[in-house]
Write a protein that binds this ligand. Structure first.
Ligand code: SF4
Length: 232
């Protein structure tokens, strides 16, 4: 039986930073064409959790860029969260239809002169954007099917870390962090499992092992995920 009797406070920000660190390690193994000033993927269709939004807000305040907190207006909401989509996939059910028009309508509100104004605290959705070739605005990134499998799992874990929190477009999440009423926000769901193509399943378990075992505030990250699920 897990020792939930004396459940500690969940160090959610530290867990999120550990996840970001793990992702950076994986990113370093990839041959990507992305670099400074390359911002084709910095659109208004960036989705993140409220926990990530809080880190982003802290960074903007640290940088003295409170003005940017007020800048993002609500963008088109996502039709589903990552874990909702994974759950529906595992249940062999269709996801809800997307209400938003296909494709982005504009650039991210944090993009200034082709660079991210809060790069150190950018959300996971930005961190996992990568392409083997240089892509231009409106063009397609060219990744690797394995990257998609691993990065989807990391997005699911990020959502689980904010169970009880919200998920939505950057504009909507930052508006909430800025004290404005939240709208177009979805509720974070727990990890329902990690759906992956059959050829990636063993590799995914192997790749995530070190992440789940990595110590955060005295416990393995995987143990914290269980505590979060148990409602600690
Ligand atoms: S938060 Fe930063 S990295 Fe992410 S889309 Fe906006 S400008 Fe680009």
């Amino acid at each position: 039986m897990p020792d939930f009797a004396m459940s500690p406070d969940i160090p959610r920000q530290e867990l999120l930073r550990a996840l970001y660190g793990f992702q950076a390690g994986q990113e370093a193994l990839r041959q990507v064409a992305c670099g400074a000033g390359c911002a084709a993927c910095c659109t208004d269709r960036v989705y993140l959790t409220g926990l990530e939004g809080a880190l982003l807000r802290q960074e903007l305040l640290r940088l003295g860029r409170k003005d940017l907190l007020a800048r993002p207006g609500p963008a088109a909401p996502p039709a589903y969260t990552c874990n909702q989509l994974a759950r529906l996939c595992l249940e062999q059910r269709e996801p809800p239809a997307e209400d938003a028009p296909q494709g982005p309508a504009g650039v991210c509100a944090l993009l200034e002169d082709g660079r991210c104004a809060a790069y150190q605290a950018r959300p996971l959705a930005c961190r996992i954007m990568a392409s083997r070739v240089v892509c231009r605005r409106g063009g397609q990134a060219q990744g690797d099917p394995w990257w998609l499998t691993l990065d989807t799992a990391l997005m699911q874990i990020a959502e689980h870390l904010d169970l009880g929190g919200v998920y939505g477009a950057l504009g909507a999440v930052l508006s909430t962090e800025n004290g404005q009423p939240g709208q177009w926000l979805l509720a974070c769901e727990p990890l329902p499992g990690l759906p992956a193509p059959p050829e990636h399943q063993a590799r995914l378990q192997q790749a995530l092992g070190p992440l789940f075992a990595s110590p955060v505030d005295g416990r393995p990250l995987g143990a914290w995920l269980n505590l979060i699920r148990a409602g600690a």
